[in-house]
Design a binder for this molecule. Sequence first.
Ligand SMILES: O=C(O)CCC(=O)C(=O)O
Ligand SMILES: [Fe+2]
Length: 424
Amino acid sequence: MAETALLLNQGSLLSSVHAKANIIENANNESFCFVADDEVPIIDYSMLVSADPDHRSKAIQDLGKACGDYGCFTVVNHGLPESFIRGVLEECSGFFDLAEMEKTGYEPKGPADKIRWGKGSKPGDKREFLKLISHPDFQCPAKPTGFSEILQEYCKRTRAIALEIFRGISKSLGLEECYIENAMKLESGFDICGVNTYPPCSLPSNPVGLLPHSDPSLLILLLQNVDGGLQIQRNGEWINTNVAQNSIFAHIGDHLEVLTNGKYKSAMHRVIGNNKVKRIGVPIAFGPSLDAFVKPAREFVDESHRPAYHEQTYEEFWQTNQCNVMEGKLFNKGSALNIDEGLIFDTNGRLHANECNFVEGIVVFNTGSTLNKGSVLNVDEGLICGTNGRHLFEEKAVLGRGSALNSSEGLIFMNTKGRLRKVE
Ligand SMILES: O=C(O)CCC(=O)C(=O)O
Ligand SMILES: [Fe+2]
């Protein structure tokens, strides 16, 4: 992997920065400094849309492997001009340069907000962010001049790229090209564009800029001004994403995981800051239509692959996760879940198979548990706690590296060397 993280645009965000080297040298051996020697697959978009069937079929094969093995990939040769990308990043940066009073008008007021601005409030969330609905009705702050226009154009052009990727993904799953598009009613897909900035962080204190999470939606395309900083988790280990100049990072969202019944899993990711430059990240999350019913498609369900996810419309999902736009997991803190005997959650609070076994990285409420139907669970960053009862966990459960379990209501589940331990 390249040691040098290149800045992708010019001007105030200019020059090159050794972000990766700084992080590793200064991180005091804490968990974030361990980065596996692995690289994110690259998808050549021009091959994916090629008229040559051999090129296209090779690209589809690569795409399927990337989705199945990594849950993410870097898109190159997507056709967006470099000057256009630079312009988008500059205008996004310009929004954050506005006087604070221009931005506070977009502070969240209620679930109907179409534009939200705010700052990360948790330790490990150093972002200032703007979130807006980019489809079906594009919403954007009017200032600075030119911001809305270029961002709208970017969202439109990126959407066209995302649709081609969805066609490739459908084919890679052995389905009709338009399968995902039709099943998820993407013509009226609910897309959210995020614009994030992270100040340079003072190392060697904890440099996490955004805590580990997966994103709702089907697919996320992310533009960033620095090559370095975004990490994804694979097989329990963090790997750096090597996003070369003018390329776009893509990762799978939770709802594609649901639709494929876990065949293509959403990518856990986080942002590590650097001590040189402010980072700009522009993720667009392409989601189903609000009225699309998202559940494991029958093509992915059989005797040995039972439906492993909750079924709901995309709108129902947002209704129970209103305040967490682009910030987390399918089931966030405060979600009220109806618990059936034997439901399984992974350490990110995602609902898994309805079986009573322990699997690596998965926490199971077994049938002997006094967590009853109707219990409310608060799920937060690997912390799983019941508000009305005991949890029974198998002693032999093993957690994947990077899991963080904490205390809950008198029971502590510790992740010491990856082993789950129950403390009375
Ligand atoms: O800002 C970034 O680079 C990534 C942000 C992200 O993962 C998110 O907003 O969900
Ligand atoms: Fe994210």
